[in-house]
Ligand binder design. Structure first.
Ligand SMILES: *[C@@H]1O[C@H](CO)[C@@H](O)[C@H](O)[C@H]1NC(C)=O
Ligand SMILES: *[C@@H]1O[C@H](CO)[C@@H](O)[C@H](O)[C@H]1NC(C)=O
Length: 217
């Protein structure tokens, strides 16, 4: 039995190599059923608080490109680029439950107002969406009461995601420049039952590999 498994394993490896090397058909039409795309789309609503910590010993938001001195405008900060790894929490307090991180950047892109171009991945680290991420891209005129940005994609549960995020400033200190923003994200995505299949396959592989490796020859 063990030898048979080993034999099949060895046989399959060169076969895969040969087939992938021999063909130059690298893009084909695929069956949407294979990725569960014929299923109904689900709408999820996520409510999170985004903490832009600029001051103190452990900032999560740092200016990597300051506005150019030749063209400095302290109001708009036009030209500034900031990289973030901001905590996402369940409640508005930083001490409330950490459920993910917002990793990405924002840049000041308006010469007439405070407006940020934002590109972020919201990485969920807690709950049923743990390990999945949502990609957000949009325009953020930070002093407007409500701002809206696009959900342009995602990974894991959020594959093929689309939707939008609504932002409302919960707290802002002009002194420290720290901000807490409430995010309401509405996202359409397909249920990923294949995530379960993947886990099962991984489990089988993990148990099989040592079994094959430690075969007595
Ligand atoms: C595309 O289709 C051809 C013909 O069915 C097949 O040989 C090839 O492997 C396919 N390529 C991919 C990337 O699926
Ligand atoms: C900064 O930009 C604003 C908006 O365009 C403008 O009203 C202001 O005069 C500018 N400030 C300076 C110092 O150039």
């Amino acid at each position: 039995m063990k030898l048979l498994i080993l034999f099949l394993f060895l046989l399959s490896t060169p076969l895969i190599l040969v087939t992938t090397q021999d063909t130059d058909d690298f893009a084909n039409q695929s069956d949407p059923n294979l990725l569960g795309l014929r299923k109904e789309e689900k709408l999820s609503h996520l409510k999170l608080y985004w903490h832009d910590i600029v001051s103190g010993k452990n900032p999560t938001s740092i200016v990597v490109v300051p506005p150019p001195p030749s063209n400095m405008n302290l109001t708009t900060a036009f030209g500034m680029v900031d990289i973030i790894d901001n905590p996402l929490t369940l409640g508005p307090e930083l001490s409330s439950k950490l459920v993910g991180r917002a990793q990405g950047l924002y840049a000041s892109t308006s010469q007439s107002e405070v407006n940020l171009l934002m590109a972020m991945n919201f990485v969920i680290t807690d709950g049923k969406y743990s390990g999945s991420s949502i990609t957000i891209l949009g325009r953020n005129p930070t002093f407007n009461k409500v701002r809206e940005m696009s959900v342009i994609g995602g990974s894991g549960y959020f594959r093929f995601a689309r939707g939008y995020a609504e932002l409302r400033t919960h707290y802002f200190s002009p002194k420290t420049m720290n901000a807490i923003v409430e995010y309401n994200i509405y996202v359409l995505h397909y249920s990923c039952s294949d995530a379960l299949h993947k886990k099962l396959l991984n489990l089988i592989l993990i148990t099989l590999v040592p079994y094959i490796l430690f075969l007595p020859f």
